[in-house]
Design a protein. Sequence first.
Length: 542
Amino acid sequence: MLEQLKDKFGAAICPIVVPFEDTYVNLIEHKAYKYDDKGIAKEVPMPTDMGHRLEGLEVAMSEAVAETNEEFFEKYFAGEPFAREELIAGIHEGIKKGTVSPVFCGDSLSLQGIDLLLDDLVDLFVYPGEINGEIAKKADGDVVEIAYDETKPLAALVFKTVADPFVGKLSYFKVISGVMKPETQVYNARTGQTEKVGKLLLVRGKKQTDTDVVMAGDIGAVAKMTSPITGDTLCAVTNQIELEGLKFPEPCLSLAILAQAKGDEEKITQGLHRLMEEDPTFILENNVETHQQIVSGLGEMHLDVIISKLKAKFGVTVDLEAPKVAYRETIRKKVKVEGKHKKQTGGHGQFGHVWIEFEPGPQEELLFEEHVFGGSVPRNFFPAVEKGLRESTVRGVLAGFPVVNIKATLVDGSYHPVDSSEMSFKMAATLAFKAGIAQASPILLEPIGHLRALVPDPIMGDIIGDINKRRGRVLGMNPGEDSMQEIEAEVPMSEMSDFAVVMRSISQGRGSYSLKFERYEDAPPQISQKVISEAKHIVDEE
């Protein structure tokens, strides 16, 4: 494993604690330790049979230290060994500069080796005051650097939120400058509101300890503050700034969420909104067109974890399925049709009569015009005609999807001085729409997404092959860092429901992608026939 790290990251890899059989060897101290059944470390003689391996590990550590400054480099080049204090100083400086990557080993189950890691954290790692501050933006837009200084005004970043249905919301934060104390007013840079700080906690594993103060550079938690979410800046009211915050990957997999039990819809929505507070990498939205709740995350496993939390914390069970695709309909030729609504009952009847030309339009929304001469249709009925047409565009004649990019021109008609009304002309426009769209060569449009996939170079051909199978068009390839390739393509959204699973499988978890809606295009005949057939089947069942 260490050799693989050195192959990838070079001389920056610095082994500190390494395993040898059942022994843990600290290369800086040149000491070996064994752990008993109770997890207590005991110093033992250095293993004599490590041979050249020990020498090679010490050389790797010395190489990393030699890169930190010229004095150490000259000493290493001259073949002189580093003293313990020089090793500690060199590794500390390298970590500070980012040129040294220390490597430790341990057992997460028995906790063997963890005490060695903690001891070296004190000696080797950087204290907040030693490094540069964080970048922040003032209220006037100026960019400033906030130093880790407890004497300065308060500035803290909320980096994690835990939503608990019983305890409430717990916000984890890191204090950049100043001190955080209970019962003080803090300013939330995102909301622009002030809120009083509640009970402060220091968290060590599962143990929570009350505290009266959290100093600059420290991490703490505050309970039951309502406004902060992950990524928010909490600062002094007199020094309003906003820290650079956290950057989260964009969700790439979207699935429809269905309640297993009737009546759980409200609990599901409330629970998911609470979980969104602690995990900004997933999104919940209500698709008014397909009447589905869509939850989007970073992959199949991510969404499975969210569903598990929903059941464990809020007691609701749900299913996930591929979301419906929001297709569109439009027309390809110009037609002129008549719409007449005539109904005679006792008393006043209903009469509306229009001639309308339908043709492809320049914009997505309906473009309505009127070229009526001689008062064949009174002007006061024009709004009713337009309203009838706009309401009709919600549901097309092919598969019931919205109709886009059409132009409707009212050119003629007639009216009755007694029986004509706004409702009559609205109904006449609706009849004209249904007849006209059916005659104007209606077609189905499918949504096209812009795909950006970052994959390792050796599997680029496999990913491109999968994109082609999904009717995608590869636009180009750009070299990335660390032998990665970025693939740009346009792919039908209807073909991408399982792409996250395939991507993870082919790339062994090393690939990532983003998919954003780009535009609508004509759907191929076989896709149109399938969608129209499914839509008619649903209508027949209803």
